[in-house]
Design a protein around this ligand. Structure first.
Ligand code: FES
Length: 96
């Protein structure tokens, strides 16, 4: 039996199991999580989220994402949801 990565949206109390390699952007809207997207290129900050647990189970930041987060002065535990790929369990906290 294969253990699929578990994605938890903390505030919404939504838990999903997805295949490793799933892009967060592809499941966030369908799941009912409260994440808004705009550029989907990692340059606008609209989709900023807190990673409560499982940062190590996500892809490395893309160049765009790194530059945008640095320019904003984002915290260590923040990622741009449109750039995130899920490789293992993660707990995500959406921002208001
Ligand atoms: S939607 Fe613009 S940075 Fe993610």
């Amino acid at each position: 039996m294969i253990n699929l990565p578990k994605v938890t949206f903390k505030k919404e109390n939504i838990v999903l199991e997805v295949p490793a390699g799933t892009k967060l952007v592809d499941i966030a809207e369908k799941s009912g999580a409260n994440i808004n997207f705009s550029c989907k290129e990692g340059v606008c900050l609209t989709c900023l989220v807190n990673i409560v647990k499982g940062m190590e189970n996500l892809n490395q930041k893309t160049e765009n994402e790194k530059a945008t987060l640095e320019a904003f002065g984002a915290a260590e535990n923040q990622r741009l949801a449109c750039q995130v790929v899920i490789n293992g369990d993660v707990v995500i906290e959406t921002l208001d």
